[in-house]
Design a protein around this ligand. Structure first.
Ligand code: ATP
Ligand code: MG
Length: 570
């Protein structure tokens, strides 16, 4: 950590590490890992885990590994591996050496399993899945010993070797740890450590047809890599006895310490890869990187910066208590970041034509404006003032409410960074809709107040001739329910009913927007504050002919106050 950076807030994990260092445990070293299963794209919950693991390694001058926990070839894919590497790097973290794969340890894990069999700590069980469930017991009922539990070591070694050779069908046999079928913790009732799966693996091809289970693989992978502190979410607390049991039975290079912390839950969205995959597979969203998704790739496309996500992780902190974080907190973090870093620009999202009759057709006047009101180093931009301009439809009212400050017939308004204009006449089409305003300008108002009167309203505008067409995509919450998962619990099909709470107005596309000419060279990923509108980031769909912007976040958190879903403009 450099001296200029803020010192991170302390938490219970830092206390444990500080204590370990002062006792010279692990020779004072800190080695962590981020261990995703490559079965989907990473989401904001993973970002918390990434910032925690890589952040601790940075702060304590230790190492952090990226390890793919790839023991379930059925659901895993190279696409996910690539996206995970990209996301971790984008967040600004570096793993040590090459990415690691649990599958690279399959040989070692196999030999450890043989050690367990030899010491009478594992056996091959031939109960069917149904029988095994029956034998396992329940929370209130102890389990029963499997009839295969007392096979001889020679029988077990032989059967396990034949499992590996592919002699048995899937499900016909498993290798189980021999612990205690009466243990109050069900995870300790002779858990499965190997199962048969005749599926090609994305890393090991067809070399294996037996695959180690997560609990067995994870602790051993940690030990093989010399991890000191193995951080995981609270649901693994009940698995810790098994984590320790496996390591206690075997001669491993070290015995890492598992520490559990609360997972991140965010309201109005979901953080389960399986459900996010369902949204993608069933086309409820346009892909993993849809800007409405809570995935890291979705947030990136939406315009979130790595700094904003790291800031968010720091703010929410690390605790032992599960809770739900308000989406507003995440939005606050990107707003804070873009307030400083995003240049200002004008973009009219719903254009209304304005003709300034006091100027000739060929009138073109260069006006200069700061790119950032508080940061001169961003320089200035040129705005072109012409006879025909656009303002936003919502900045004109035919019948204005009391105290209305924007434009209406016979009233004045200031064009931002430009002159005061007065509306003399509105033109309507056959349907009675206002399609054009006829105005005149006051030449004595550039950079100064008008004589003898106050003009309070300021509206943004673009020149018709000197502007570029844009599509603007406005996003709202993906779900209309604060907790789409728990709301779904009342339904029969608990698993899919979170879909009932999808917000039908989570995207609004505005096709006719026009952006000021200085944005003509905008590249995907460039962010701006569109004055009076919000923060926007150019989408990869941007072409030479059309800019496409995603609204990253509104200017203010009007959502929390309104207490309801808003669409379009705030
Ligand atoms: P999901 O339920 O979304 O599939 P997972 O825990 O199965 O998540 P993994 O790929 O196994 O996904 O997770 C990699 C790491 O990220 C794990 O250490 C896990 O504990 C952590 N992680 C996953 N979800 C969250 C979350 N919501 N908050 C904090 N950490 C998380
Ligand atoms: Mg998992």
């Amino acid at each position: 950590m450099s001296d200029t950076e803020k010192k991170p807030a302390s938490n219970f994990i830092r206390h444990i590490i500080d204590e370990d260092i002062s006792n010279n445990k692990n020779d004072g070293k800190v080695v962590t890992r981020f261990p995703p299963e490559p079965n989907g794209y990473l989401h904001i919950g993973h970002a918390k885990s990434i910032c925690l693991n890589f952040g601790l390694a940075e702060d304590y001058h230790g190492d952090c590994n990226l390890r793919f926990d790839d023991t379930n070839p059925e659901k895993e894919d190279m696409e996910y591996i690539d996206s995970i590497k990209e996301d971790v790097s984008w967040l600004g973290y570096k793993w040590v050496g090459e990415p690691k794969y649990a599958s690279a340890y399959f040989d070692q894990l196999y030999h450890y399993a043989i050690e367990l069999i030899k010491s009478g700590k594992a056996y091959v069980c031939s109960l069917s899945a149904d029988e095994a469930r029956e034998y396992r017991g329940s929370l209130t009922k102890p389990g029963k010993d499997s009839p295969y539990r007392d096979q001889t070591m020679e029988e077990n070694l032989d059967l396990f070797a034949r499992m590996k050779q592919g002699e048995f069908d899937e499900g016909a046999k498993v290798l189980r740890a021999r612990i205690d079928m009466a243990a109050p913790n069900i995870n300790m009732r002779d858990p499965i450590i190997y199962r048969i799966r005749k599926i090609e693996h994305h890393q090991t091809g067809n070399e294996w047809c037996i695959y180690p289970m997560y609990d067995y693989t994870h602790c051993l992978s940690d030990a093989i890599e010399g991890i000191t502190h193995s951080l995981c979410t609270l649901e693994f607390e009940d698995h810790r006895p098994l984590y320790d049991w496996v390591l206690d039975q075997l001669q491993t290079p070290c015995h890492p310490q598992q520490i559990e912390f609360a997972r991140l839950n965010l309201n109005y969205t979901i953080t389960s890869k399986r459900k996010l995959k369902q949204l993608v597979d069933e086309n409820h969203v346009l892909g993993w990187d849809d800007p409405r998704m809570p995935t890291i790739s979705g947030l990136r496309r939406r315009g979130y910066t790595p700094a904003s996500i790291r800031d968010f992780s720091e703010r929410i902190g690390v605790t032992k208590v599960d809770g739900v974080v308000d989406m507003g907190t995440l939005e606050f973090c990107i707003r804070e970041d873009l307030e400083h870093s995003a240049p200002r620009a004008m973009c009219v999202i719903k254009p209304l034509k304005v003709t300034i009759e006091s100027w000739a057709d060929e009138h073109v006047e260069d006006l200069s404006a700061l790119r950032h009101p508080k940061d001169d180093s961003m320089g200035r931009r040129i705005l072109k003032m012409t006879r025909v301009i656009y303002i936003d439809r919502s900045d004109f009212e035919e019948v204005p409410p009391p105290k209305y400050k924007r434009l209406t017939v016979d009233k004045e308004v200031r064009l931002r960074n430009s002159y005061v204009i007065k509306c003399n006449e509105m033109i309507k089409n056959e349907q009675g809709e206002v399609i054009e305003l006829r105005c005149t300008h006051d030449a004595d108002t550039l950079g100064k107040r008008p004589e003898g009167r106050k003009v309070k309203g300021v509206v943004h505008w673009v020149s018709e001739q000197y502007s570029v067409p844009a599509e603007v995509r406005i996003y709202d919450r993906l779900f209309s329910e604060e907790n789409p998962d728990s709301a779904a619990r009342n339904h029969e099909d608990e698993d899919s009913h979170f879909l009932d709470f999808l917000n039908p107005d989570s995207i609004t596309v505005m096709n006719d927007a026009r952006a000021e000419i200085s944005l003509a060279d905008t590249k995907a990923g460039d962010s701006f504050q569109f004055e009076r509108e919000g923060y926007f980031t150019a989408d990869p769909d941007t072409t030479n002919d059309k800019l496409v912007f995603n609204r990253t976040v509104s200017l203010r958190d009007s959502w929390a106050k309104a207490g309801k879903l808003s669409t379009g403009k705030e």
